[in-house]
Design a protein around this ligand. Structure first.
Ligand code: NAP
Length: 503
């Protein structure tokens, strides 16, 4: 637990260069805050969090569309060291998660470390001084001996450039840039996409709109979601017996690791069971054979993210909700035209089209040793990042939720906690030994990468579907090809011998 290892690493004043801070964390979402908590737990006090927006929260600040919630159970979608027994629902909504994050900021005394409105656009490593020079959008320079990049992987909305976008006279909004001022009541609405965001928004708005057309390109696998209010009696029990809460959390983790994980990662027996379960869930709700056919996925379960909702199928069986699988030809002034020539009137178009994935892409120029940028390093063969947190030739720079560290089956916070602890240990070594550079050895990174990609070939993610998990070459640099507990175990100790340490 964070907080248990107070002052493990006494700090020394940097000897080689005057820098603004020992550590800069970029991003104040769940992972950046996790990293800050771990730094503090080790007595590393000289750090700031630079956040380009005006509030903490990342995903949960930005995603406020109707029905936005987490599809990981609340007790697991919270830091293990900061349990919240007051969750109102078994699956929390975005507003409640956002207030949990704000509570953690207060509880761990991070408010004075936050610098809002600071968007970093460039990073350069000073090899001689052993520090990073970060330039923000306003041209200001921030320096630090170590940087923790916690910028999130699904941040920038993907807005496909459909023909006629400028002709449409109604409102267009992306799920991650929801405009609360647009009234949907009694309107004709088109939703593009049937991914994780879409299946939450569709049931939520179906009850208020006059007509809802959903454009589906690929049918998702959808499992039922036991979304219930948590009775006050349960909270009282958890308050009285905290171990019961811990046990509940472990049981949920065990379920995701023991059942959902194997089913979505590997094409084995569990995957077959999950396929049958998902299809029977669909058939229980949808009786129309034509709609059943349309909603039947044609790829291996797990290849794309498996979705959880008990409200999606009932929503699309309503008379005023229509699923269209014919492609979109263009937007028109009054709506959309489908590829078969049919025109559909719309007042509002909702783009539930996902994100520009930047998990294994350099978000801005990050120039490490030898004047080489991260983009140049990552376009060459040899690997992306060791354990997803460190890249050879980019010293003193650490990624939260970097390449190949995402889950498709459980809480992402299991991964962030493991990373935050590992990175804080690494930063402790850097500061304590007064090093100018701490950089993962290229051969260590390369060996790790090749082993990981060999495992990747056996996963459902590379079984032939198209998904945001894969890059343009069909390679998966987003997810970890194993269970969360395996990843967390591998991160339990920072091993200096795997790194080049330069005094
Ligand atoms: P997504 O899963 O990438 O889904 C995008 C949807 O838009 C897909 O149905 C996609 O079709 C469709 N689409 C994209 N471009 C299109 C185009 N040009 N024409 C027609 N359809 C198009 O995006 P998302 O739903 O925003 O979710 C992204 C990720 O965010 C999730 O996988 C998950 O990791 C995370 N998320 C999590 C939660 C949660 O509860 N934890 C909730 C929401 C999101 P294809 O499938 O054919 O590409």
């Amino acid at each position: 637990m964070a907080g248990a290892r107070e002052t493990q690493f006494p700090q020394r004043t940097p000897i080689r260069a005057r820098v603004d801070h020992a550590v800069i964390i970029i991003g104040a979402g769940f992972s950046g805050i996790n990293a800050a908590i771990e730094l503090k737990a080790r007595g590393i006090q000289d750090f700031v969090l630079l956040e380009r927006a005006a509030d903490v929260g990342g995903t949960w600040r930005d995603n406020v569309y109707p029905g936005c919630a987490c599809d990981v159970p609340s007790y697991l979608y919270s830091y293990s060291f900061a349990p919240n027994i007051n969750w109102s629902m078994t699956y929390s909504g975005s507003a409640e998660i956002q207030s949990y994050i704000r509570c953690c900021v207060d509880r761990y005394g991070l408010t004075d470390r936050l610098r809002f409105g600071v968007g970093i656009v460039r990073a350069d490593f000073d090899v001689v001084g052993g520090f990073w020079r970060l330039t923000d959008a306003a041209g200001r320079v921030h320096t630090a001996r170590a940087v923790i990049s916690a910028i999130g992987g699904l941040v920038e909305p993907l807005m496909p450039a459909f023909a006629g976008m400028n002709e449409f006279t109604g409102d267009i909004m992306h799920t991650a840039r929801w405009n609360q001022d647009v009234v949907l009541f009694g309107k004709k609405v088109v939703v593009i996409g049937t991914g994780a965001s879409a299946i939450q928004i569709i049931p939520s708005i179906a009850v208020q709109v006059a007509d809802l057309t959903v454009l589906q390109r690929t049918a998702p696998y959808v499992l039922p979601k036991l979304d219930r209010a948590i009775p006050s009696g349960v909270k009282q029990w958890f308050r009285r017996l905290p171990w019961l809460h811990t046990l509940t959390r472990r049981l949920i983790l065990g379920l995701t690791e023991g059942v959902i994980g194997p089913a979505v990662i590997l094409n084995g027996f569990m995957a077959k069971l999950m396929t049958r379960y998902a299809l029977s869930h669909m058939r229980r709700v949808i009786s129309d054979p034509a709609l059943r056919e349309v909603m039947t996925p044609d790829y291996q379960v797990g290849c794309k993210r498996v979705l959880f909702s008990s409200a999606f199928y009932p929503a699309i069986t309503q008379d005023h909700v229509h699923i269209e699988t014919v492609g979109l030809e263009r937007l028109t002034p009054g709506g959309i035209r489908l590829a078969d020539g049919r025109e559909i009137d719309a007042d509002v178009i909702v783009m539930a089209t996902g994100f520009k994935v930047n998990i294994a892409k350099s978000p801005f120029p990050i120039v490490g040793e030898d004047g080489l940028s991260l983009e140049q390093r990552w376009s060459a063969p040899g690997g992306k990042a060791y354990k997803g947190v460190a890249c050879a030739g980019v010293p003193n720079w650490f990624f939260m939720l970097g390449p190949n560290t995402g889950p498709g089956h459980t809480s992402i916070l299991i991964y962030t906690e493991a990373q935050a602890s590992y990175i804080a240990d690494a930063v402790g070594v850097l500061l304590n030994q007064n090093l100018t550079a701490l950089s993962v050895k290229p051969e260590v990174m390369s060996r790790y990468h090749h082993k990981l990609q060999r495992r990747m070939r056996r996963t459902s993610w590379t079984s032939g579907c198209k998904s945001w998990y894969l890059d343009e070459h069909g390679e998966n640099h987003t997810l970890f090809p194993g269970l969360a507990s395996e990843y967390a175990w591998s991160m339990r100790r920072f091993k200096p011998k795997e790194y080049d340490l330069r005094a």
